[in-house]
Write a protein that binds this ligand. Structure first.
Ligand code: IZC
Ligand code: ZN
Length: 423
């Protein structure tokens, strides 16, 4: 078998290959780095990884040979927690936020998530699509090749379906792959302010079965938080979701320590996300049940809140993924490279731990660990050539885009920071 494409002269190839996923504990600080390496690709899949000139055995005259100019190559980055598709923005709440009014207070006054619900209802599919595609382009330019995308700005079936359909359309037309999550349990709609039980009833008996029937989402998620969905309500919603065949995620212990980490372990969620206020017991229970901690440090940064206790999590053998939480309220930024820098500066993770967290462990957080997240034979040829000499440099030189080229399924889609094709 001969390659369609060889990328040679890779100064440092961080393969992120690992025997076990998720990568936990001390292993998070291990990264296989091959020097003077090449990768060979056929039909969008890696078929060989090697050193120096050995690629000559796998090429013929139809093989394209690209030169990585001695730079750093990693797998395509994975953003495993975003609220990508939504209408409008919330800069009108920005001065309230910086004056110290808490995020949850703004929601209780009918703003926050509920204001985005209002504008998402008012925007057409086309409008939602053209806003989201701009964000997806920014993500791709930053080296992100797979994105998880949540609904949750409808809180009634038609708008939830509209959001999810827009995400499916983006998946078809844009080079970035999307993974779809239903987040009908994102807030209690204004109409049910004093009757959350009724909304949960509709969610479980009408909305979730419909989303399942239309095959619009693989995961189901709940915003489990003081003043939003309680532990008991979250358990009810997620256990019904599991019975219907959804994979589970939970927004857990973001602001208050409610026991969301413990619940994620009990229900064997794939990921529990945020965890800024998670208890030590909850962290231990998650590790035992192989739930991955999906940490979102740009949200801590933007809300001016403490960072999650990543060091305790790593000491407890709990696997960590990092993602952007891109949303119009608590994290209006698509920049996963900034998240990686905060992984070091805020969460006190090492650059190698951070790279594991946005590649192979992020793949685990969306149940794609067998297809993406590392450069190994049989996986999708998603990779980033960084204009950087080593991994440490990516985290050290902060606030810029280090991407030089991005390949998706073996196609060059970003060159010198410019998107080449949308297919
Ligand atoms: O729109 O505020 N945390 N949900 C839970 C969000 C942030 C999104 C938002
Ligand atoms: Zn979120």
């Amino acid at each position: 078998m001969k390659a369609d494409l060889v990328i040679k002269n890779i100064g440092k190839l961080a393969t992120m290959r690992s025997k076990n996923t998720p990568v936990v504990g001390k292993d998070m600080n291990n990264v296989e780095i091959l020097e003077d390496a090449y990768v060979a690709i056929k039909d969008g899949i890696f078929i060989e990884i090697g050193i120096g000139e050995n690629y000559k055995n796998i090429v013929n005259f139809n093989t394209e040979i690209n030169d990585a100019q001695g730079l750093l190559v990693t797998p395509g980055l994975i953003d495993s927690h975003t609220h990508l598709v939504h209408g409008g923005s919330r800069e009108n709440e920005f001065s309230k936020k910086i004056s110290g009014i808490p995020y949850i207070e703004i929601l209780k006054e009918g703003g926050g998530i509920l204001s985005t619900v209002k504008s998402t209802k008012e925007h057409s599919d086309e409008e939602l699509y053209s806003k989201a595609i701009k964000s997806l382009d920014r993500m791709l330019e930053l080296g992100v090749t797979t994105v998880e995308s949540k609904s949750g700005y409808g809180l009634e079936i038609d708008t939830e379906i509209k959001q999810l359909k827009v995400a499916h359309q983006l998946n078809k037309t844009h080079p970035v792959d999307l993974v779809h999550t239903f987040l009908g349990a994102h807030a209690i709609p204004i109409e049910y302010k004093n009757n959350s039980k009724k909304y949960i009833d509709i969610l479980i008996n009408e909305m979730m079965p419909k989303i399942k029937e239309l095959e619009l989402a693989e995961f189901c998620d709940v915003f489990c938080e003081e003043g939003v969905f309680s532990i008991e309500e979250s358990e009810l919603i997620l256990s019904k979701a599991k019975e219907m065949g959804f994979k589970l995620k939970i927004h857990a212990d973001e602001i208050e320590s409610l026991g969301g980490a413990e619940l994620s372990a009990k229900l064997k969620c794939i990921s529990a996300d945020h965890l800024m206020a998670a208890s030590e017991e909850g962290i231990d229970m998650m590790a035992k049940n192989k739930v991955i901690a999906n940490l979102l440090p740009a949200t801590s940064f933007n809300l001016n809140k403490p960072y999650a206790n990543a060091r305790k999590m790593i000491d407890s053998n709990l696997g960590i993924a990092l993602s952007s939480d891109y949303n119009p309220g608590s994290c209006p930024s698509e920049n996963l490279q900034f998240v990686m820098q905060l992984g070091c500066l805020g969460l006190k993770m090492t650059p190698y731990e951070v790279l594991n967290a946005v590649t192979i462990n992020a793949a685990y957080a969306i149940d794609r660990q067998n297809e993406i997240g590392s450069i190994e034979i049989g996986k999708k040829a998603d990779l980033v050539v960084f204009d950087a000499p080593n991994i440490e440099y990516l985290m050290y030189h902060f606030g810029i885009n280090h991407t030089k080229q991005v390949y998706k399924n073996g196609n060059l889609v970003v060159d010198d920071k410019v998107i080449l094709s949308k297919i």
